[in-house]
Design a protein. Structure first.
Length: 187
């Protein structure tokens, strides 16, 4: 399943594939302790992780039809503001969204607007029947994004996540909220 990404724009926000030129920005942003705490980015986040995101995650998923892992950039300046991804499960015609936002771009609606764009891609253009989102129960900002977009809280998994950094067996565990979105529910 192939799809066009050229129309993923919402005012001052555009979603696009990462390029090798974006590696320094991705590397800098993913040093943020909050991103490492609340997402599954590796810690420590090294240059080869940023290069992998730019060359594999962003391109391969789109070309193979398994997902769209994109950068959220300012339409006027092309400055990287964050990332939004939609992973696809074509066997079930379902997807899962995830995102991170640069510290300096928080509070500007980047996660909400970017997630809305990829959810529209999934629900309207790819005809998915379900999109999931998982957020740490203590991550108020991510849970607020889900709520604003019309996701339904489907349950809480007890101690299901590492409370950052990802992959650290010594890190505390936390509950995770499971959210779901079906066609016609996106706001």
């Amino acid at each position: 399943m192939r799809f066009d990404l050229d129309t993923l724009v919402d005012g001052e926000l555009r979603l696009r594939r990462a390029t090798p030129e974006d590696v320094p920005a991705i590397l800098r942003i993913c040093q943020d302790p909050e991103i490492q705490r609340w997402t599954r980015v590796p810690s420590p986040y090294l240059e080869h992780h940023a290069r992998s995101f730019a060359s594999l995650s962003s391109r391969a998923g789109v070309e193979e039809g398994t997902g769209a892992h994109l950068l959220a950039v300012d339409t006027a300046t092309d400055v990287v503001l964050g990332a939004v991804g939609l992973s696809l499960d074509l066997a079930d015609l379902a997807g899962e969204v995830g995102y991170w936002v640069a510290p300096e771009a928080r509070g500007r609606g980047v996660a909400t607007r970017g997630t809305r764009l990829v959810c529209r891609l999934g629900l309207e253009r790819l005809q998915l029947g379900y999109i999931g989102l998982e957020a740490a129960a203590d991550n108020a900002a991510s849970n607020a994004v889900a709520r604003r977009l019309g996701f339904t809280l489907e349950g809480t998994r007890r101690a299901a996540m590492i409370a950052g950094p990802a992959g650290d067996p010594a890190a505390p565990r936390c509950d995770s909220n499971v959210w779901g979105l079906r066609p016609g529910e996106l706001r």
